[in-house]
Design a protein around this ligand. Structure first.
Ligand code: GCO
Ligand code: MG
Length: 408
């Protein structure tokens, strides 16, 4: 048996997704997620112009060999475009292998290590009342963990805050269909640092100590600012502080660590295990935040998480809406199987997306389960997909109040 065809499907049911379809000579279909938010077409081209023809005729069962062939064999390695393309191939091959075995993928990864996967939701609000309203809504749905982002007085629309109003919002989407260039937002770290600790204090007062609270700094603080923030929020027992400093600077986290016991998570912009080498071996983080889709797929992610396990570091796999339901399913199978699971991010996709991607994962009182369909458990409806044409969309660009470009 061998790979007979490889095709790229681009669809935009409210937001853009790039999906790889691999079909074997005996008709088994495997699906992989290749979505890179705001740069989707570059991965689509990498796959259809450079990778597809290399795969046709290969043995679909040789997943590790195919991974190495695409990674080492390309000479130019790493980077989000390359690693998203490799991830899509890898996911599709695991989907095929598990379908051939007649098992859900998590069984091939060692079987379930737990009954369900604890997930966290995105609670946000432009002010405290709206935020508290969102937290209440998620608690009523059974969530045991929420990520908290809120507006900062003096700044307009900022990262992580739904502009759509209070309540449980499944519609926060940072990529904007803003024409030929990105929308711009403004930022001031000083105002943020002065505002946020008080928000956590009020949340603990109102909601008690049970709820797991997470927060995303989205790469905006300098090392010393991040150290101050992590120290200031210590009394409010965060589950994690995410991306407190820009991801490239691994040494920055040494400084944050020296000053605080707030658990740290980083990695959604990383692509390989090498980005984590210092962070893991020096135990500078507590959670690995990579997306399966952006880190070379299930093969690479399993190795990364096993490496982290040796150092007592746990998983917190990236799961925003720009990861397609296929990438989300890949995460859930890993989450269920590995021992060092921490938590899984969950931003449910909109209805249009779920008409295109037929999922079988289930949500029950704060926990997801990938389901027991053979394979990943997600099938793409190509007819439904063809109704939604690609529409250019960008993540915003961030500027300080004086106009200087800042990390978004
Ligand atoms: C998260 C992330 C996302 C990213 C988005 C960019 O923690 O979920 O920070 O919200 O901003 O994935 O495409
Ligand atoms: Mg993040």
């Amino acid at each position: 048996m061998s790979i007979e065809s490889v095709d790229v499907v681009i669809t935009s049911p409210g937001r853009n997704f790039v999906t790889l379809k691999v079909v074997t000579s005996d008709g088994i279909v495997g699906w992989g997620d290749a979505t890179l938010n705001g740069r989707e077409l570059s991965v689509a081209s990498y796959l259809s112009d450079h990778v597809a023809s290399m795969l046709v005729g290969r043995d679909e069962d040789r997943i590790e060999d195919t991974w190495q062939y695409l990674y080492r064999g390309a000479y130019w390695r790493r980077g989000p475009v390359t690693m998203a393309a490799i991830a899509a191939v890898d996911m599709a091959l695991w989907d095929i292998k598990a379908k051939k075995a007649g098992m859900p993928l998590y069984q091939l990864l060692g079987g379930a290590s737990r009954d369900g996967v604890r997930v966290y939701a995105h609670a946000s609000g432009t002010d405290f009342e709206a935020l508290a309203n969102a937290i209440t809504g998620y608690r009523e749905l059974g969530f045991t963990a929420v990520r908290v982002q809120t507006g900062v007085p003096g700044l307009g629309q900022i990262y992580g805050v739904s502009a759509a109003g209070p309540g449980v919002r499944y519609d926060y989407e940072p990529a904007k269909r803003s024409g030929d260039r990105p929308a711009e937002e403004t930022w001031d770290t000083r105002q943020y640092l002065n505002h946020m600790p008080g928000v956590f204090a009020k949340i603990r007062e109102e909601f008690g100590t049970d709820l797991r609270l997470l927060h995303d700094g989205h790469h905006r603080m300098s090392p010393i600012e991040a150290a101050r923030f992590a120290k200031d929020v210590e009394p409010y027992d965060l589950f994690w502080l995410e991306d407190c400093t820009p991801g490239e600077d691994q040494a920055a986290l040494r400084l944050v660590r020296q000053h605080s016991t707030t658990p740290l998570a980083i990695g959604e912009v990383f692509n390989t295990v090498f980005d984590y080498q210092t962070l893991i071996t020096e135990r500078l983080i507590d959670y690995v935040r990579s997306a399966v889709t952006h880190t070379g797929g299930i093969t690479a992610m399993k190795k990364l998480l096993d490496f982290a396990a040796i150092y007592g570091i746990r998983s917190g796999i990236h799961g925003p809406t720009d990861i397609s339901p296929i990438g989300m399913a890949a995460a859930l199978h890993l989450d269920l199987a590995i021992h060092n699971f921490g938590i899984q991010e969950y931003m449910p996709h909109n209805e249009q997306t779920l008409e295109v991607f037929r999922t079988s994962f289930t949500f029950d009182r704060g926990f997801l389960h990938p389901g027991d369909q053979p394979g990943l458990g997600v099938e793409l409806d190509e007819e439904a997909a063809s109704a939604h044409e690609y529409t250019k969309a960008y993540l915003p660009v961030n500027r300080l109040l004086d106009g200087t470009v800042h990390d978004w």
